[in-house]
Ligand binder design. Structure first.
Ligand code: ADP
Ligand code: MG
Length: 367
């Protein structure tokens, strides 16, 4: 990484935007060095940063999504700032750890990404903050993604992969991204207008998500070790059969079959074959439900209802244990799902879901 100097205090105000993301398919594959196919959303977070040193070597930040002001010393270390300010402190700390001199100043944050719904408001925040703080640098998208990940993993303490940050930084309108997590190569795949993408927020809180995420990650690592490889990317699709432990077999089978589904889905998307894409999404949901065991009864009901009401396919999206379902449908079924699904799900005793139509939007950029 190239060492870069900070802007002078008194330098102009900078405004940066970064979107949330939704994953079409490929769940828990990122840390297994496999594949995923996300889109950047047309919902995002905007950070306005005004360099100023009148309040010392600090960044102070306010957000329309959270209360209070976060105050971050430029020399901050993990553990010093908690709550939502930790995401900004993490960016400051990770930038300085990469030899980047961070300017003092004031930050105002506005966002249209729902927080905590699995649409990666956290990566949208990190990427917008990093872009605003490094406006005049030549840091690449991959460098920014790694810095954002370090902020989230090592400062905030959330052990996430790189998917969210790469999607936020590399997104483009009307385009999905096939990401190879071994090479970190991002291949753009066009998304035509024929299919409507719905994101259905379960409005049910993530339960035990952090502990379960760590447990899944550990199972995958143990499965790779039992197979004598560094990661599950290094074995063929049927390798799970060689594992003696039943749970490990199912965990590995999800990852290995999911990688194959992502590759098939990127071909189907490129061909505009919404029927094939929908079937792959359904199969992915079954694999997450039965093999990886990361869905919940509410999420299963939402996915099943979306299918029954006419979606080409539907699956949970995001790390699991709550969050959102993504459904692919024709525009008339999208209308029916939007009207009928919330009532059907709440009649089953679940929180009333929120249905949103989304399109692939632009990636992070300066405004
Ligand atoms: P998700 O990324 O799925 O929305 P996370 O739990 O990973 O959920 O991240 C949500 C957290 O990120 C919030 O609780 C908050 O601390 C922080 N956050 C995200 N967006 C904002 C924002 N616009 N302003 C302040 N904090 C935010
Ligand atoms: Mg997040």
């Amino acid at each position: 990484m190239s060492a870069t100097t900070s802007r002078d205090i008194g330098a102009p105000t900078v405004t940066a935007y970064a979107p949330g993301r939704v994953n079409l398919i490929g769940e828990h594959t990122d840390y297994n060095l496999g594949y995923a196919l996300p889109i950047a959303l047309d919902l995002g977070t905007t950070v306005t940063f005004r360099p100023a040193d009148d309040h010392g070597p600090m960044i102070s930040a306010s957000s329309d999504s959270e209360s209070g002001t976060a105050t971050i010393d430029l020399g901050t270390r993990p553990g010093e700032v908690s709550g939502w300010g930790a995401y900004i402190a993490g960016c400051v700390w990770a930038l300085r750890g990469a030899d980047y001199e961070v300017p003092a100043g004031r930050m105002e944050i506005t966002s249209t990404v729902p927080v905590g719904s699995g649409l990666s408001s956290s990566a949208a925040l990190e990427c917008a903050v990093l872009l605003a703080l490094t406006a005049e640098s030549t840091l690449s998208g991959h460098e920014l993604a790694r810095i954002a990940q370090r902020a989230e993993n090592d400062y905030v303490g959330a052990p996430t992969g790189l998917l969210d940050q790469l999607a936020s930084l590399f997104g483009r309108a009307d385009t999905a991204m096939l990401i190879d997590f071994r090479s970190l190569e991002v291949t753009q795949v066009p998304v035509d207008e024929s299919a409507t993408i719905l994101v259905i927020d379960s409005n049910s809180p993530h339960r035990h998500a952090a502990g379960e995420y760590a447990a899944r990650r550990a199972s995958c690592e143990a499965a790779a070790a039992a197979l004598g490889v560094a990661s599950l990317r290094d074995v063929d699709e049927d390798a799970w059969r060689r594992l003696p432990d039943g749970t490990q077999r199912r965990r590995a089978r999800h990852i290995l079959t999911e990688n194959a589904r992502v590759l098939a889905a990127s071909v189907a998307l490129n061909d505009g074959d919404v029927t094939a894409l929908g079937e792959l999404m359904d199969a992915s949901h079954v694999s997450m439900r039965d093999d990886f065991e990361i869905t919940t009864p509410t999420i299963d009901l939402i996915a099943e209802t979306a299918r029954l009401v006419g979606a080409y396919g539907a699956r949970m999206t995001g790390g699991g244990f709550g969050g959102s379902v993504i459904a692919l449908c024709a525009s008339d079924s999208a209308d029916r799902i939007t009207v009928e699904l919330p009532d059907i799900v709440s009649a089953g005793g679940h929180p009333t879901p929120t249905v949103r139509v989304v399109r692939p939007g632009p990636g992070a950029h300066l405004l």
